[in-house]
Design a protein around this ligand. Structure first.
Ligand SMILES: C[S@@+](CC[C@H](N)C(=O)[O-])C[C@H]1O[C@@H](n2cnc3c(N)ncnc32)[C@H](O)[C@@H]1O
Length: 324
């Protein structure tokens, strides 16, 4: 691709995000699961204007998310299949969050880059988690957007790290319990407690404790795992959370952070760098290098022992730390 074509395409990324969002919202991919349909047929099923829907479908055919077939029909490509709800590897939840909640927050990026602060908070006037507390539907979507990523990562974490060495473990900020369930599946004798905000653990089908990890987490477990939690927060907040965990943990306990580790050069891991921008936009958090994690851990009374990569493509590492 020539530089001008590449730049033009990158600039129109905002359109593609919205095209994907529209078809995800309208369940178009689910309607195409049984085979190709015309825009008119789809419009009747999903409640849409046929003319406008056809142009959206053409937009996604240009991106090879859909294929355009004779007779004005559209079908799913292998990429488009991942927009279906509930299929293995489905990214529908991620698309819903990005096209709605995240997309609106990006409008605050320029101001935040100029003057500091968090884009989401500039747009919505409160933090993401405060906003989610007040919007249960968006909150469920946010958790849904994390579920598929979390499932992929959890399988890789359990494959890479042997949890049989522990008797008790707390999954701090464990969300809906995707990692907890994977750990219990691998090591049924391990007693796992899920810890998260009250709205999140209410429906957990695991032993769960509700609370605020800035105040207190369940005490006395052999191990504490924080998966994709520390990246949500600034250094000061991250240290505060880690100190809460340190207070709860016996001196011989183990802390496990499941996180991406930023590469030295952005092009070596674009997905981790994009996630860093998500964190900037949504929460004022950040992805970190191994050295930055070691410094954070030291500030909270831990020593980083090792950084264990998990399987290729999982995007996360297990950072193993112990109290100093
Ligand atoms: C990015 S999610 C990670 C979820 C899960 N561990 C995973 O790997 O997908 C961060 C989690 O932290 C939780 N959280 C945010 N603030 C919290 C607080 N003050 N106390 C406890 N949990 C909190 C959120 O509800 C959310 O489930």
């Amino acid at each position: 691709m020539t530089p001008d074509a590449r730049l033009a395409r990158l600039t129109d990324g905002y359109v593609v995000t919205q095209l994907l969002w529209v078809v995800a919202e309208l369940h178009v991919a689910d309607e195409l699961a049984d085979g190709p349909r015309t825009a008119e047929e789809l419009a009747g099923k999903v409640g849409a204007d046929a003319g406008n829907l056809r142009r959206v479908l053409r937009g996604l055919a240009a991106e090879e998310v859909l294929e355009e077939l004779p007779g004005g029909r559209f079908g799913l490509t292998a990429t488009g299949e991942l927009l279906r709800e509930g299929v293995e590897g489905s990214q529908r939840g991620a698309v819903l969050a990005r096209g709605g909640l995240y997309y609106a927050a990006e409008a605050g990026l320029l101001d935040a880059v100029r003057d500091g602060g968090v884009p989401f908070e500039r747009v919505h006037g409160r933090t993401l988690f405060e906003y989610l507390d007040a919007h249960p539907v968006e909150s469920a979507r946010f958790q849904g957007s994390m579920a598929v990523r979390a499932a992929r990562e959890a399988a890789a974490v359990v494959e890479a790290y042997d949890f049989r060495r522990f008797r008790t473990l707390v999954d701090v900020g464990g969300g809906t319990g995707v990692l907890s369930r994977e750990i219990v599946r691998a090591v049924p004798q391990l007693s796992v407690t899920l810890f998260d905000r009250p709205e999140v653990v209410r429906e957990a089908q695991l032993p769960a404790v509700a609370g605020d990890f800035f105040a207190e987490v369940p005490a006395g477990a052999d191990a504490y795992v924080l998966s994709r939690v520390i990246h949500d927060w600034s250094d000061d907040d991250a240290v505060a959370i880690l100190r809460t965990v340190r207070r709860a943990m016996p001196d011989e306990g183990t802390l496990l952070l499941v996180e991406a580790v930023l590469p030295e050069h952005a092009a070596d891991d674009p997905a981790a760098v994009r996630m860093d921008v998500h964190m900037l936009t949504l929460l004022g958090g950040q992805e970190r290098t191994a050295e930055e994690f070691a410094a954070l851990l030291a500030a909270a009374g831990f020593r980083l022992h090792r950084v264990l990569p998990t399987g290729p493509g999982s995007g996360v590492n297990v950072l193993v730390a112990r109290p100093e």
